[in-house]
Design a protein around this ligand. Structure first.
Ligand SMILES: *[C@@H]1O[C@H](CO)[C@@H](O)[C@H](O)[C@H]1NC(C)=O
Ligand SMILES: *[C@@H]1O[C@H](CO)[C@@H](O)[C@H](O)[C@H]1NC(C)=O
Ligand SMILES: *[C@@H]1O[C@H](CO)[C@@H](O)[C@H](O)[C@H]1NC(C)=O
Ligand SMILES: *[C@@H]1O[C@H](CO)[C@@H](O)[C@H](O)[C@H]1NC(C)=O
Ligand SMILES: *[C@@H]1O[C@H](CO)[C@@H](O)[C@H](O)[C@H]1NC(C)=O
Ligand SMILES: *[C@@H]1O[C@H](CO)[C@@H](O)[C@H](O)[C@H]1NC(C)=O
Ligand SMILES: *[C@@H]1O[C@H](CO)[C@@H](O)[C@H](O)[C@H]1NC(C)=O
Length: 527
């Protein structure tokens, strides 16, 4: 027995360095952040000569099959906590995002097959984000052995997905030449994605032909049309291959709107900012409400578009997290819309989003999430927190939440204005040293936020950026500025862990390079 074991071990060790499969796997795993786990898992799976693509695909499939296990573990947690609302709400959100994760894995595999590597990266970035998000949510209910076990399992799932994504990044950059593959690096290591463009691009526009007069559904306050936005959303076909236009007439709609994953290519057209208003007040202070599900409008279907309306959350400044708009919509275009809240107004949760000429208002971390979003020609406004304004406060405009250096996510503000509302600016000018505002702070380790050609009013403090806690993420985040103007843009006192974007790399953040956003208006999403 002992000698057989010895023999097979000898055989195994001896074989590895000579087999081309082993060399390929070594090189591919060298491109990951967790090479040890990468090897352990791949070596028994791939015995014949795998191509680099097969190695990546095999890793994605492992992520998918572990997602199935994770979901069944979560079902057990749910069954064991039926009477506890906090736990069931939490598990429900987890199950939902793991469902999204599985969907994105499938899309990612298909994209790799047809050579659409940028799409594959975007979708795998989201998949990883959902798995992490589920794990992170469970921290708040980690009071039973079952939850702890599920978290440990999710940990290993995150590692597999991270490895798949890292390999994809190397595949995108170096192709089949696995000898050149290397672990993901960031701007902080002096790396920028190559950009084919000169200029930032004006981005996708909502097609002119989508008109209110020919809308597929109309929402209004009088008779003869849908009474709620949600009713009109329900009327849209599932998995539509063409756009479905919902015209929301002037009026205030008090409701919580959900656009599920299967309702894609939806378009909301309003009568203007402040005229068509969708409003809610859910917030984390309420039983069964998490940041994620507090959103007044939450969108998951791809290709979502909205124009000329206001979405708000009126929970108030004392209510803590209270989201107005949350989006998980890939290739989404939001034009001339207004988002009003206090803490956590706009949750740009995942995937690729384009905001044009929007007004976004809040105070604490009010633009946050882990999407790849570009905000172009937007007005970003700090508004007062209620209570005792004379005591002053510190606000961060953004809290971008990238968790992995391979994720192609980040926030880009280009040709925007950062200011306060008239009411806030009056408070600010009465006591500029007590009202402190930062451009952002790192919610997660690889937080990435860029301000380009943006006007910054004096309310932005000279340090510019705010730590989250201690030195968390300060060596890994990337906060870049480029040719901004206005009194808040003076760089002389910026924190040492922020940067100026080198001009030869600034177009890495163009609409085309960063979110592949040049032709979305012509593309009707079919995923
Ligand atoms: C993997 O990376 C290590 C360290 O960077 C290097 O020494 C080794 O040669 C690499 N292995 C392969 C197979 O490329
Ligand atoms: C419900 O679950 C939460 C989170 O695990 C826990 O803190 C709380 O004590 C539970 N409540 C009851 C009544 O068991
Ligand atoms: C979950 O709780 C268990 C038991 O208290 C603990 O050992 C574990 O570290 C916790 N997991 C996380 C990720 O916090
Ligand atoms: C890698 O090689 C395969 C053939 O084995 C080919 O189909 C694919 O296009 C190559 N990928 C790149 C990025 O060149
Ligand atoms: C910058 O944004 C403003 C609106 O805030 C717009 O009027 C102007 O045309 C934009 N400039 C460029 C160069 O796009
Ligand atoms: C900023 O807001 C103040 C108060 O509303 C206003 O007076 C000022 O013109 C604004 N600045 C810019 C650049 O829009
Ligand atoms: C930036 O601020 C410093 C003082 O902190 C000042 O000396 C300098 O003139 C300012 N630069 C501009 C362009 O306003």
């Amino acid at each position: 027995m002992a000698s057989i074991f010895f023999l097979s071990l000898f055989f195994f060790l001896n074989l590895q360095p000579h087999s081309s499969a082993a060399v390929e796997i070594n090189r591919a795993c060298n491109a990951t952040r967790y090479p040890l786990q990468c090897h352990t898992f791949l070596i028994p799976k791939l015995l014949t000569n795998p191509t680099p693509l097969q190695i990546i695909q095999s890793t994605i499939r492992a992520s998918t099959s572990n997602l199935v296990t994770a979901r069944s573990m979560l079902h057990s947690v749910r069954d064991a906590s039926r009477s506890n609302r906090t736990r069931t709400t939490n598990v429900k959100s987890c199950l939902q995002v793991l469902h999204y994760s599985r969907h994105r894995n499938t899309l990612s595999l298909a994209a790799l097959r047809r050579g659409a590597t940028k799409d594959a990266r975007a979708w795998m970035s989201a998949s990883l984000g959902y798995q992490y998000g589920c794990w992170n949510g469970l921290k708040y209910i980690n009071h039973t052995a079952l939850v702890a076990q599920t978290m440990t399992f999710l940990d290993s799932l995150v590692i597999i997905s991270s490895n798949a994504l890292s390999m994809m990044v190397s595949y995108d950059l170096f192709g089949n030449d696995t000898a050149s593959w290397r672990p993901p690096i960031t701007e902080r290591d002096g790396f920028w994605e190559p950009s084919g463009t000169q200029g930032f691009g004006t981005g996708p526009k909502i097609p002119e032909k989508l008109e209110k007069s020919t809308a597929n559904a109309v929402v209004c306050k009088s008779a003869g049309c849908y009474q709620t936005v949600q009713a009109a959303v329900r009327a849209a076909p599932d998995r539509a291959e063409e756009r479905f236009v919902i015209y929301i007439k002037e009026g205030v709609y008090v409701e919580r709107v959900r656009v599920p994953l299967k309702k894609r290519n939806l378009v909301f057209l309003g009568d203007g900012i402040g005229k068509t208003v969708i409003t809610g007040s859910a917030n984390v202070g309420q039983l069964g409400i998490t940041t994620y599900n507090s959103a007044t409008v939450g969108v998951a279907g791809d290709g979502f578009m909205a124009k000329d309306l206001t979405i708000q959350n009126t929970a108030g400044a004392d209510a803590h997290q209270a989201v107005a708009f949350r989006s998980d919509s890939d290739l989404s275009v939001i034009e001339n819309c207004e988002f009003i809240g206090n803490q956590d107004t706009l949750y740009a949760h995942s995937l690729r989003q384009f905001y044009k000429s929007c007004r976004i208002q809040g105070n604490v971390d009010f633009i946050f999430g882990n999407s790849a979003s570009i905000f172009q020609d937007c007005e970003i406004l700090v508004q007062p927190r209620q209570g005792r304004p004379e005591k002053g406060e510190s606000n961060a405009v953004t809290a971008q939440g990238r968790t992995d250096p391979a994720q192609s996510t980040g926030f880009v503000f280009q040709n925007c204005t950062v200011n306060g509302t008239a009411e806030y600016m009056a408070l600010y000018y009465s006591s500029p040293t007590t009202h402190i505002n930062y451009l952002g702070r790192p919610w997660k380790e690889y937080s990435r936020t860029l301000f380009i050609h943006t006007f910054m009013e004096s309310l932005i403090t000279p340090q510019g950026w705010m730590p989250w806690t201690g030195d968390f993420a300060l060596n890994t985040l990337y906060y870049g500025e480029f040719e901004n103007s206005g009194p808040g843009s003076n760089l002389s006192q910026r924190v040492p862990w922020s940067n100026q974007i080198p001009s030869e790399h600034v177009f890495s953040y163009s609409v085309q390079s960063f979110i592949q956003g040049n032709d979305w208006d012509h593309v009707v999403v079919s995923h």
